[in-house]
Design a protein around this ligand. Structure first.
Ligand code: PEP
Ligand code: MN
Length: 347
């Protein structure tokens, strides 16, 4: 069962709902944060009588039988959608209607490149800077990232440009260090189902970018989001980054079906990463536009001043010029589809 409170509810009203549910033998899980408070109850069947009783308590907006296994993440918990504030004074809000574009190199390589890229992102309408300091590489012999030095470089780029930074965390033990520098923590595709890591980032106090595992179903992905929500963090943004299908002509298959589907199933915002999704540089701008047309709340795109020399993912990385051109088209597509976006959302 899920109980959504009215936005102006008091702590006492929330407390009364929780104690009522516990008296009846339920366990409760509370989602607080930027959107209305939601209380999920598990452990027993739900009678219509109980739904009516809870629905009648002060401060309750709606009480529902939970339709989905991802109880707190389901759309019905926050029908209007969640907004995820990022950065100092919430200078970026993901899911509020504007498109949030996060760009940068795949790995943080050095100070010069990171600053050059950050300036370009700032100058041409990007909202956030990305870059991996701890890299999940298929080969143990490939560049593994600069570690803390990479985080310091990202922080310097933020100080100069004001762009909030998003960077990957791979292990629970790294969360504390990375959270000292980053504005948003990225859970990579390979770690989507790393449950100890999901539990740990839930208590980090930072918004989380949860990439889809490349072999994960939408249901599994939303269950991973549920781990973070159930752990007390409602600041979760999903990222569709391509799944493994039978065709190896592209690196992965960008599953754009997932965008409108996820909008129906969950209140969490979703962004699209066409870089990993196709893996071929020339196809990235068009698939970015397709993601926007599908209703994504944002994009994550890998860029580099000289992609051929990039230390990771060069084949899928576009130049700063190509990114600038892409950004002009992104705005045009966004404007063209904006009026019809409501059609994709079932409240
Ligand atoms: C990345 O963003 O550079 C990355 C490693 O992404 P993914 O986890 O989607 O492969
Ligand atoms: Mn990459």
């Amino acid at each position: 069962m899920i109980v959504t409170m009215v936005p102006e509810c008091t702590d006492e009203q929330v407390g009364r709902v929780i104690s009522h549910l516990r008296e009846f033998g339920y366990q409760t899980h509370t989602l607080v944060g930027a959107g209305p408070t939601v209380i999920g109850a598990t452990g027993r069947g739900v009678s219509d009588e109980l739904i009516d009783q809870i629905g009648g308590l002060d401060g309750v907006s709606l009480a529902n039988r939970s339709m989905q296994p991802y109880m707190l993440a389901q759309r019905a918990a926050r029908p209007a959608g969640s907004r995820v504030p990022v950065g100092e004074d919430a200078q970026v809000v993901i899911g509020a209607g504007d498109l949030t574009v996060m760009s940068g190199t795949c790995s943080v390589e050095n100070r010069e490149i990171t600053l050059e890229v950050a300036r370009a992102v700032r100058a041409h309408g990007g909202q956030m800077l990305r870059g991996g300091a701890f890299k999940p590489r298929t080969s143990p012999y490939s560049f593994q990232g600069l570690g803390e030095e990479g985080l310091q470089i990202l922080a310097e780029a933020r100080a100069e440009t004001g762009l909030p930074i998003v960077t990957e965390v791979m292990e629970p033990e790294q969360v504390e260090l990375i959270a000292e520098y980053a504005d948003m923590l990225q859970i990579g595709s390979r770690n989507m189902a790393n449950f100890p890591l999901l539990r740990r980032v839930a208590t980090s106090g930072k918004p989380i970018l949860l990439k889809r595992g490349f072999s994960a179903t939408v249901n599994e992905w939303l269950m991973s989001a549920e781990y973070i929500l159930a752990g007390g963090n409602d600041q979760v943004v999903l990222c569709e980054r391509g799944i493994r299908a039978f065709d190896t002509s592209t690196r992965f298959t960008l599953d754009l079906n997932a965008v409108p589907l996820v909008k129906q199933l969950t209140h969490l915002p979703i962004i699209v990463d066409p870089s990993h999704g196709v893996g071929i540089r020339e196809l990235v701008p068009q698939m970015a536009l397709a993601g926007v047309a599908a209703g994504a709340d944002g994009l994550m795109v890998e860029i580099h001043p000289d992609p051929d020399s990039a230390l990771s993912d060069g084949d899928q990385t576009i130049t700063l010029d190509a990114w600038e051109r892409m950004m002009a088209s992104v705005s045009a597509v966004r404007d063209a589809v904006q009026g019809s976006m409501g059609l994709a959302v079932v409240a």
